[in-house]
Design a protein around this ligand. Structure first.
Ligand SMILES: Nc1nc2c(ncn2[C@@H]2O[C@H](COP(=O)(O)OP(=O)(O)OP(=O)(O)O)[C@@H](O)[C@H]2O)c(=O)[nH]1
Length: 384
């Protein structure tokens, strides 16, 4: 993974502050050179003109919906960039506000040339503190973008009251308890909160944020399971499987989060005023999006685990937005680390387990209407 160019994908709903964040990145003195890929919804390259920074190269993808064209376009642009290696240190992709981040993220797992040259560093989602709660009700893209995030920048905090801010934060947590969340005004986050995160390197995340993969509300018990070794469903760049290009909107237009607008009198756990004892609001559970974490203390048989995982993501992939895991394989000194987007999985053996480190397996699935029993029971069976 070492000499691959890190790629940061910036997503977020229309007007949330993506360009503001990008400009901040490009104008700050960080000594790094970025190649920027901007996707726009529409014909005219306005964003390009708004992006400042003389040294950066900006490539536009004006082919309309990123969901449909992203693979080809992105692959072509990245391949072009690779011919100029050495001229930049990292790549930033700013997606349109209406984009499903899945095809963008998948590009870095699927195309062999891209995969060899670049690695997805993190998906950063910019959220508008004032409007996100409303968009979560009527815009499935907004929810998907939150679910996808490794890092959430909760921007425009100057426009809301502290209470409203707590509430929107709790909503974000309800959708994606795993992302790192930063509050911001004009996207004023420290750049190392956004860049060079290596967010997909779970080892690193766990070192920085030991609680990652630990979700109180969902971590019902320590499920046994082995996670493991797998080499993905690499469909290849020519894959035409419509499921792999699925527009999640298709099934979501009527999702309006019924059932979770409990109001101030609600006594449920997801109530905004429900603190966890540490001054933090608990997650407000989302009716539609959920996350499941699985844990198995001990080793896992890759011969059983890998086929299970492959089959699971193949069948349930349309509903699984993201999955990640670290697995202890039997007779394997190294940790197996995987991540996936819908039905595309990628994984490899990374560093060795350290002396004294507990060999355990941890998996996380984030998605829409996940079949929790099926996933938990399947994992139990595989690791038993
Ligand atoms: N009050 C306030 N306004 C902000 C903040 N951050 C950005 N804005 C403004 O919000 C508007 C949209 O910001 P952009 O950075 O263009 O948002 P975007 O996500 O790139 O927008 P699209 O490209 O349309 O999706 C601009 O007018 C910004 O100046 C903030 O923290 N507070």
């Amino acid at each position: 993974m070492t000499d691959k160019i890190p790629v940061t994908v910036i997503t977020g709903y229309l007007g949330a502050g993506k360009t503001t964040l990008l400009n901040r990145i490009l104008t700050e003195q960080h000594g790094r050179r970025y190649a920027v890929i901007v996707n726009e919804f529409g014909e005219i390259g306005i964003d390009n003109d708004l992006v400042v920074g003389a040294d950066e190269e900006v490539f536009e993808m004006n082919n309309g919906c990123i969901c449909c064209t992203v693979r080809g376009d992105l692959i072509r642009i990245i391949e072009g960039l690779m011919r100029r290696r050495g001229k930049f240190d990292a790549i930033i992709v700013e997606t349109t506000g209406l984009a499903d981040p899945a095809p963008v993220a998948q590009t870095f797992f699927v195309d062999a040339d891209v995969k060899d040259a670049a690695s997805l560093d993190a998906v950063v989602t910019v959220a508008d503190a004032k409007w996100l709660s409303d968009r979560l009700k009527d815009a499935p893209e907004a929810k998907t973008q939150i679910a996808f995030a490794d890092v959430v920048i909760l921007n425009k905090t100057d426009l809301v009251s502290p209470e409203a801010l707590e509430e929107v934060e709790a909503r974000i947590r309800g959708i994606n308890p795993y992302a790192t969340l930063h509050r911001a005004v004009k996207a004023n986050v420290p750049l190392d909160a956004v860049l060079a995160r290596n967010a997909f390197d779970l080892d690193r995340i766990l070192e920085i944020e030991p609680s990652f993969l630990t979700v109180e509300e969902h971590d019902h018990d320590h499920h046994h399971g082995h996670a493991h070794h797998e080499r993905d469903h690499d469909c290849g760049p020519g894959c035409d499987n419509p499921e792999h290009h699925r527009h999640d909107h298709a099934h979501d237009h009527h999702d309006h989060d019924h059932g979770h607008e409990c109001g101030p009198d609600c006594g449920h756990d997801h109530h905004p005023h429900d603190h966890d004892g540490h001054g933090h609001l608990k997650a407000i559970h989302d009716a539609e999006m959920q996350s499941i974490s699985l844990r198995h203390p001990g080793e896992v048989d890759p011969e059983r685990f890998v086929p299970w995982l492959n089959e699971l993501v193949q069948k349930e992939g349309p509903d699984i937005l993201r999955c990640k895991g670290i697995v202890a394989f039997k007779n394997e000194p190294r940790r197996f680390v995987f991540q996936g987007v819908h039905m595309i999985l990628d994984g490899d053996l990374q560093r060795e387990w350290k002396d004294g480190e507990e060999r355990e397996s941890r998996l996380v699935f984030i998605g829409r209407k996940l079949k929790e029993d099926l996933i938990r029971n399947g994992f139990e069976t595989v690791v038993s």
